[in-house]
Design a protein around this ligand. Structure first.
Ligand code: PBG
Length: 427
């Protein structure tokens, strides 16, 4: 008995095998890292660290197979002799620091690091923004490598299909509207047969289980390229714009949208949209509010994608000043009181403090938007071999989660989910 104590996991398995009169192959009854290719049936990616662990040798220097053979024969290792591993010549001889706490102890092996990892990320946390247009073809977006304006009837369905394959079930739609349909009051935004409502109906018909988020704002429909109606003197009119946004949100809900997402930053729009939805019987349609949306230069590539640059001026009278922190609390309080279901911070990585601020001050789910400029920088850095695109992508998403984001809107959603599923990056 005593001779097998050191190998208790194997012993238990062998006993089970014996009791049930099933002879387990000796190689299958020893719980140590194995050499050779590992099965990938779990759907969880095996990290390169774990791959390295798979080729370890026992401390005695013997191979894992030799150890297994010993275990099966009932032999067990003698207590190891403590031999201090050799340091390079010239290493100073010192007395160890007298330190009770050494945080590195919990980081010293892949299994320990995995055990104490505080944050995780799964494809279910990701929302994929999709650009759509009336065309048949998919048109590449110059400033966003790997992103396209997708034909709403073809390319879009294909993209959604592929994203679902890696566990991404949430999508947010951004339309490229033909210039002829743009106007100062953006009325195309609530055309029930416009590009977005038509696309929602098509998507929901083909993939009933997906979550469709929509963008509520006038900029794709505005001949001025602003999120609201522009008065003669350049002022963006708040309450009149909110009136239009309510019609837009209801039209999207009627088409089957699950979550309407006002990104316009007008005051009072959450409460007004909630009332408008409820009045039409859409009590179950959620509102994801762009609560803290900053007047950021990181939106550049997106505006190129949709040709939605403001025709004059900037968006600083409605989007927040990047220098402001406390002000995000005012927006949070208003959105919560008005009935928002999800609070969003945008951009993402440069605004981690704001994500944490909202996380700590609201019980609502928090969304982060890793915007176009963030995406393009990582893509460009990767293309120039300045950074490892895939690793930086995964780290940036993990950091958004660590800061407190429940969900992340990211153009990387499909690529990152592929990595999480253990597939090779599609780049
Ligand atoms: C506009 C809108 C913008 C984005 C999403 N919705 C741009 C803007 O405010 O000008 C930016 C998204 C991105 O950069 O990825 N309602």
């Amino acid at each position: 008995m005593a001779s097998t104590v050191s190998f208790s996991p194997a012993k238990v398995q062998m006993l089970q095998a014996t009791n049930s009169h099933v002879r387990a192959a000796p190689s299958s009854c020893f719980a140590v890292p194995r050499t050779g290719p590992r099965p990938r049936s779990t759907g969880v990616r095996v990290s390169s660290e774990q791959e390295a662990a798979a080729t370890v040798r026992a401390p005695s220097g013997r191979s894992i197979e030799e150890c297994e053979a010993d275990a099966v024969a009932g032999r067990f290792p003698a207590p190891p002799q403590f031999v201090r591993p050799k340091a390079p010549d010239g290493t100073p001889e010192i007395r160890p620091l007298d330190m009770a706490k050494r945080p590195r102890r919990n980081r010293r092996s892949p299994s320990l690091r995995a055990a104490f990892q505080e944050t995780s990320i799964s494809p279910a946390n990701l929302v994929l923004p999709l650009f759509i247009h009336e065309g048949e073809e998919d048109a590449p977006i110059g400033a966003m490598p790997g992103c396209f304006r997708l034909g709403w009837q073809h390319g879009l369905l294909d993209e959604v299909y592929k994203a679902r394959d890696v566990g991404v079930n949430s999508f947010v739609l951004f339309p490229k509207v033909p210039d002829a349909l743009k106007s100062p009051t953006g009325d195309e935004a609530y055309n029930d047969n416009g590009l977005v409502p038509r696309t929602i109906r098509l998507l929901k018909d083909k993939f009933p289980d997906i979550v469709v988020y929509t963008d509520v704002a006038l900029d794709p429909y505005s001949s001025d390229g602003h999120d609201g109606i522009v008065r003669e003197d350049g002022v963006i009119m708040n309450d009149e714009t909110v009136y239009q946004l309510c019609k837009q949100a209801v039209s999207q809900a009627r088409a089957g949208a699950d979550v309407v997402s006002p990104s316009d930053m007008m005051d009072g729009r959450i409460g007004a949209i909630r009332s408008a939805l409820d009045a039409e019987g859409f009590n179950d349609v959620s509102i994801m509010s762009y609560t803290a949306k900053y007047a950021s230069s990181f939106y550049g590539p997106f505006r190129e994608a949709l040709d939605s640059n403001p025709r004059f001026g900037d968006k600083k009278t409605y989007q927040m000043n990047p220098a402001n922190y406390r002000e995000a609390l005012l927006e949070t309080a208003a959105d919560e009181a008005e009935g928002a279901d999800i609070l969003l911070v945008k951009p993402g990585l440069p605004y981690l403090d704001i994500i944490r601020l909202l996380r700590d001050n609201s019980a609502l789910p928090i969304a982060a938007y890793q915007v176009s400029g963030e995406y393009s920088m990582i893509k460009a850095g990767g293309a120039q071999n300045m950074i490892d695109e895939e690793k930086v992508m995964m780290e940036s998403l993990m950091c958004l989660r660590r800061a407190g984001a429940d969900i992340i809107l990211t153009y990387f959603a499909r690529q990152a989910a592929g990595v999480l599923c253990g597939m090779r990056s599609s780049k």
